[in-house]
Design a protein around this ligand. Structure first.
Ligand code: NAD
Ligand code: LMR
Length: 328
């Protein structure tokens, strides 16, 4: 017997990430090849955006996806989020050259107060929320704080792109397959202060750190490359990352819903106080997922260099939080 459809809301559905994301959700790459989906697509009320959204929906129709059980266009989060199981909050302004993601707070923060309130009012109580719009951690924090009747654990921010970027850089440096790298993670904020940490990573049981050997490479090449990759893409493409961002969003939601079979992944989640991060701070952690729940990997040793990096990214998140306190 076929499963009941899951309702998935995607905001910014006519944007560039939306265009790389929707077709993959409809084809079953996010929630499973046996899981029908209904897409509830939100765009701003602007006539041009709504028309572009209609165009994307025409293309979705033309794919005749067997798992696409329905779709609807919305300009109001109160209807877009009605009874949803999953929300991918993508709709927000992207940065341009020379900007940092936190420079977007003034433009984007209010979107997430309104959308948090709408989720609070109409979404399923078990809704899984992934915030992609930048600055992702602080926007997720705003949405969570604006939805007091929903469990805090339902709100997450995307650090999976940083995780995937790190994996590729490590695989290239060590000359190993991405798929063979285990127990890698990224701590903190989706910003250049993030701390991509391969101290625990292994390849077929061997320490990746030992395989790489070159301690200097971590500080002078790896961390800056991963941390500034978003800006490098903007510089090269003239637009911010889209297909790789959509891919990371699919990875994040798939792993959360379907589980990681013991593998570590990175998710931005509200802290429970682990590793000394203040409760509720939306922080990138190593997690494993099982039965639709994520669990922070506990008991990792934090050396002096790592603690300095973690303190730096936490300080930035605290600053961003202070900058939006008037909205909460
Ligand atoms: P885009 O400009 O191509 O598309 C954004 C879309 O969102 C537009 O169609 C716009 O009309 C819509 N939108 C704006 N406000 C909205 C609202 N209140 N409700 C619904 N829709 C709204 O941008 P993009 O390239 O798709 O990027 C979207 C966001 O994702 C940006 O903030 C970008 O910085 C961020 N991003 C995050 C990551 C990450 O790793 N967390 C990676 C890449 C991009
Ligand atoms: C990224 O990391 O590619 C995105 O957050 C877009 C950006 O502004 O860098």
């Amino acid at each position: 017997m076929s499963k009941a459809p899951m309702k998935v809301a995607v905001t910014g559905a006519a944007g560039q990430i939306g265009y790389s994301l929707l077709f993959r959700i409809a084809s079953g790459e996010m929630l499973g090849k046996d899981q029908p989906v209904e897409l509830q697509l939100l765009e701003i009320p602007d006539e041009k955006a709504q028309k572009a959204l209609k165009g994307v929906m025409m293309e979705l129709e033309d794919c005749a996806f067997p798992l696409l059980a329905g779709m609807s266009a919305h300009s109001d989060p109160m209807t877009a989020f009605k009874d949803i199981d999953c929300a991918l909050l993508v709709g927000a302004r992207p940065r341009g050259p020379g900007m940092e993601r936190k420079d977007l707070l003034a433009a984007n923060a209010q979107i997430f107060t309104a959308q948090g309130k709408a989720l609070n009012a109409v979404a399923k109580r078990t809704v899984k929320v992934l915030v992609v719009g930048n600055p992702a951690n602080t926007n997720a924090y705003i949405a969570m704080k604006s939805a007091p009747d929903l469990p805090k654990k339902n709100f997450t921010a995307m650090l999976r792109l940083d995780h995937n970027r790190g994996l590729s850089q490590l695989a290239a440096k060590a000359g190993v397959a991405v798929a063979d790298i285990e127990t890698f993670c990224v701590w903190g904020n989706h910003s250049p202060t993030m701390y991509a940490d391969y101290r625990f990573a292994t390849v077929k049981g061997k320490s990746l750190k030992d395989m790489i050997g070159d301690e200097e490479w971590n500080r002078t090449a790896f961390l800056p490359t991963v941390g500034k990759r978003g800006a490098a893409i903007i510089e090269a493409r003239g637009l911010s990352s889209a297909a790789s961002a959509a891919n990371a969003a699919i990875d994040h939601m798939r792993d959360w819903v379907l589980g990681t079979q013991g593998k570590w992944v990175t998710m931005g989640i509200p802290s429970d106080g682990s590793y000394g991060i203040p409760v509720d701070t939306m922080f990138g952690y190593p997690v494993t997922c099982e039965g639709g729940e994520y669990k922070i990997v506990q008991g990792l040793a934090i050396d002096e260099f790592s603690q300095t990096c973690i303190n730096k990214t936490l300080a930035e998140l605290n600053e961003e939080k202070d900058g939006v306190s008037h909205l909460l």
